[in-house]
Write a protein that binds this ligand. Structure first.
Ligand SMILES: Cc1ncc(COP(=O)(O)O)c(C=O)c1O
Length: 485
């Protein structure tokens, strides 16, 4: 017995390093705080994009080993290899794709969640944590007009949230393998690619995926969906799911939600809305009416790491009928027998694929508590107006061909040179913008046309940023035209 005790004590000396002393904690914390303070204090001056050959390979020079390296070296490795190259998503100059955020109090929420490591998967283990997450879900349900008994899940992002919704729809409509080849899903070419991914992951890839005709502003034509459904039914097919977007990624437009919801209802189909980008605009008085019909969805995705400016790591799915969400994700395990059957607050583990998960609620709850809703609402309203301002100002400059009028906070455009290949010109224009690095924009291709777009959703994007983009665009077009033939 003596030997085993000696051995345990010896191991404890080494494993005890995982519990740093007060001094060590302070030293490491101070260094991280210094770094992050410096980062935030300079965020309005540093680039949104650093075009570089550095792809973080320097990390590989310090392999994972038995011995520690110390906080200074760790921070240096992070700074040079992770923080520096390419996109800086925390910058207000990030207007590519759909920008995320990074509000400070959300980071503090994560810190608190990680140190206390509360278990938010099952009510029995972490009643307060689960209650907090459910309270947030009920708040989101309320702002979009879903009923109070709505259930949902705080997932890691919009992709997983959409997957949860599609799996729920599949089981709610009782789509079994024998039905799949007859099954038809109606959606737009403009849905985010994660929808297509979810359909395949959910085992539904062999359904007919019907991309319906869009109007001139890239929105689904409801009349076309209605006719297609009727025709498909006559042909013995099984129409069961309509997917719409509340804010598409390319153009930020909203499908006609109200009409699509009615069509789904008439045909006893499931109506899913991907509002990962656009749904939080219900908080804006001016945009709310544009989202009419969102409340009629059976399931809805809305991403706080987009529309509420949180750091990456939180996308939410709401499902009106909690029994359907539960039926698709329920499980039983002998070793969890003590935890089952608590009805007071549903457990996330019964409503999603995850059992143990990050306590994501705190990263949303803390900022909502510390700021109130008002600045989020104002931020969203500001982004809508900034987009409109950008659109109107760029339209005034000769040569720019503007995309659809912005419905939310995405605007698209391309420069049409008097001669030569416009696609080539816009590719070069985008490359010049990236080389400059003060702002980051991204592109898309529609009907063979290379289109540049801005998506205004970073909480750090303000009037000054938009004026800077307009200035950069003018400068870069002039520069390119000098050698353009
Ligand atoms: C409309 C839409 N849906 C879904 C997603 C996927 O979300 P995530 O990147 O959080 O997985 C995005 C991402 O930009 C999006 O714009």
């Amino acid at each position: 017995m003596k030997n085993i005790i000696d051995e345990i004590k010896e191991l404890e000396k080494t494993s005890g390093h995982l519990e740093p002393s007060i001094e060590e904690r302070k030293k490491n914390r101070d260094k991280i705080i210094d770094y992050t303070e410096d980062f935030i204090n300079n965020i309005y001056n540093i680039n949104a994009f650093n075009l570089t050959d550095n792809t973080g390979e320097g990390l590989l020079d310090t392999p994972i080993s038995e011995e520690p390296i110390g906080i200074d070296k760790a921070i240096e490795l992070f700074k040079d290899n992770v923080d520096f190259p390419n996109l800086n998503p925390a910058s207000g100059g990030h207007l590519g794709y759909i920008p995320g955020g990074g509000i400070y109090n959300s980071a503090l929420g994560d810190y608190l969640a990680d140190i206390t490591n509360r278990y938010s998967g099952i009510f029995y283990a972490g009643p307060g944590a689960v209650r907090m997450e459910n309270m947030l879900i009920r708040w989101m349900a309320k702002i979009v007009g879903f009923p109070p008994e709505t259930a949902g899940n705080l997932a890691s992002g919009g992709s997983i949230a959409n997957l949860i919704a599609i799996v729920t729809a599949r089981d709610a409509l009782n789509i079994k393998s024998k039905d799949i080849s007859r099954g038809v899903i109606y959606l737009s070419q403009q849905v985010h690619h994660c929808i297509d991914k979810s359909i395949r992951i959910a085992g539904l890839g062999e359904c007919e995926i019907k991309f319906v005709e869009l109007d001139d502003n890239y929105r689904i034509k409801p009349g076309v969906v209605k006719n297609e459904i009727e025709k498909d039914k006559k042909d013995g097919k099984l129409p069961w799911l309509i997917i719409a977007s509340a804010g598409t990624t390319d153009f930020g437009v909203i499908d006609p939600l109200d009409e699509l919801a009615e069509i789904a209802k008439e045909n006893k189909m499931w109506f899913h809305v991907d509002g990962a980008y656009g749904a939080f605009f219900v908080l804006s008085e001016s945009a709310k009416s544009r989202l009419k019909g969102i409340e009629k969805a059976d399931s809805l995705v809305m991403d706080p790491h987009k529309g509420l400016f949180l750091p990456y790591g939180l996308g939410v799915v709401l499902v009106k009928d909690k029994h359907k969400l539960n039926a698709a994700h329920y499980y039983k395990a002998n070793y969890l027998q003590d935890a089952i059957a608590i009805e007071e607050e549903p457990s996330p583990a019964d409503l999603s694929p995850e059992l143990t998960k990050h306590f994501r609620g705190l990263r949303l709850w803390l900022p909502l508590m510390l700021h109130g809703v008002k600045p989020f609402r104002a931020g969203l309203e500001e982004k809508l107006l900034l987009t409109r301002y950008f659109y109107e100002e760029l339209k005034k400059i000769d040569g720019f061909d503007m995309g659809p009028e912005p419905e939310l906070s995405v605007a698209s455009f391309r420069y049409i040179p008097k001669e030569g290949n416009a696609n080539k010109f816009n590719q070069l224009l985008l490359h010049e913008i990236l080389k400059d690095g003060r702002v980051f924009l991204s592109s898309t291709k529609v009907d063979g046309k290379f289109i540049i777009r801005i998506a205004v959703l970073s909480f750090r994007t303000h009037l000054q940023t938009i004026d800077l983009i307009l200035k950069i665009l003018k400068e870069k077009v002039e520069l390119l035209l000098k050698d353009w033939k």
